[in-house]
Design a protein around this ligand. Structure first.
Ligand code: F0G
Length: 351
């Protein structure tokens, strides 16, 4: 199939017209992979599928929302865009802004962003500002700037972001031939869970999906404002992408959980790291720690018998593992150094 990105594929569901200049990197159409090993590990006849969003052009699901946000910004004759980010939004904004010929300003928390993401924003030519503070503080600042200055905000408070991201739910239904019974997803700023629910609802209304899944969100235990129902002033987790204490789409996410009959849970950093390694070594899929939160959640919830036996589950794996090489190296076995000699090599190999 000829694929030209999510606006082209799902145009009738999106707020675009013939006058919208489409800025695309052919995002979307990501694999929905069966995960037989994970299925076996959780038992109860659960069918587990992974929506591998790390295989988007900039390595995360943000590209689906960014194609729309940047296209609409260009249509509105914007000259510059701005965002706060734990990394992936900034990488995506930088790439799509470069493609569109727009200036991009990105604010990231100093010391709280993975190396791959920072390098993406930099090489795409974004003006990167390290804020000596949290993501939540950076978001408050960019909102104020966008209100007062001619620069378009492309965080997920921009409604076009969620409109674009909802296409992932359309794809899941198209690929699976039906909606899953449960959709498991990591939650940070809470845009993606809201977007998926919007997508499932719209496809259901258009009679393209017979059912709607229960949405199940996972936050890191040290950064779980929705689960704890309070703002977390100093969120802590190894999964820097979801290290957020006051999510912008809090209310929308809560509505998605309630309307779908789903729930929100927490997973510890240990559970995230276990799932992170399991996914890479057991399924051959390298995703970043925040994505592994959904896998950790699957293992935890299945153990508690929270899923109806025989159900179909889809997990969104939100970002590629290469985004965060430091964490991968820190949590896998160290390479062994050997002299360039056959006998030394053979003794190291223990064949
Ligand atoms: N997974 C990854 C890899 C992310 O980058 C994010 C969010 C999430 C999950 C959570 O999604 O915010 O829609 O609930 N990253 C944002 C960023 C905050 O700035 O890149 P959410």
């Amino acid at each position: 199939m000829n694929w030209s990105g999510v606006i082209d594929r799902y145009r009738s569901f999106l707020p675009v017209s013939d006058r919208t200049p489409v800025v695309t990197l052919n995002e979307g159409n990501t694999p929905l992979l069966a995960a037989p090993r994970l299925g076996e590990a959780v038992g109860s006849g659960l069918q587990v599928y992974l929506k591998c969003e790390g295989f988007n052009p900039t390595g995360s699901f943000k590209d689906r929302g960014m194609t729309l946000a940047i296209s609409k910004a260009l249509e509105a004759k914007a000259r510059a865009v701005i965002c706060a980010s734990t990394g992936n939004t900034s990488a995506s904004a930088a790439a799509y802004a470069a493609r569109a010929g727009l200036r991009a300003f990105v604010l990231v928390p100093r010391g709280g962003i993975a190396l791959g993401k920072l390098s993406q924003a930099a090489i795409h030519g974004a003006e990167v500002l390290m804020v000596d503070g949290s993501f939540d503080q950076a978001l408050t600042l960019v909102k104020e700037i966008a209100e007062r200055h001619p620069v378009t905000l492309v965080n997920s408070i921009n409604p076009f972001r969620l409109e674009g991201q909802k296409t992932a739910a359309f794809e899941v239904v198209d690929q699976l031939g039906r909606a899953p019974d449960y959709h498991l997803i990591p939650v940070g700023n809470a845009g993606n869970i809201s977007a998926y629910w919007q997508g499932y609802r719209e496809y259901h209304l258009a009679k393209l999906g017979q059912a709607r899944p229960k949405m199940v969100g996972f936050q890191a235990a040290g950064a779980a404002p929705i689960y704890e129902n309070r703002v977390i002033h100093e969120p802590k987790t190894i999964a820097t992408a979801i290290k957020i204490g006051n999510p912008a789409n809090w209310a929308r996410a809560t509505a998605a959980l309630e309307e779908s009959g789903g729930w929100i849970e927490v997973v510890t950093d240990e559970e995230i790291l276990h799932a992170y390694r399991l996914l890479a070594s057991g399924e051959g899929i390298f995703m970043e720690p925040a994505s592994a939160a959904a896998v950790a959640g699957l293992l935890k919830m299945a153990k508690q018998g929270r899923f109806e036996p025989g159900s179909t589950l889809v997990l969104t794996l939100t970002g590629h593992g290469l985004k965060d090489p430091d964490t991968a190296l820190e949590h896998s076995s160290r390479p062994v150094t050997v002299p360039p000699k056959l006998d030394a090599l053979l003794s190291a190999l223990s064949l």
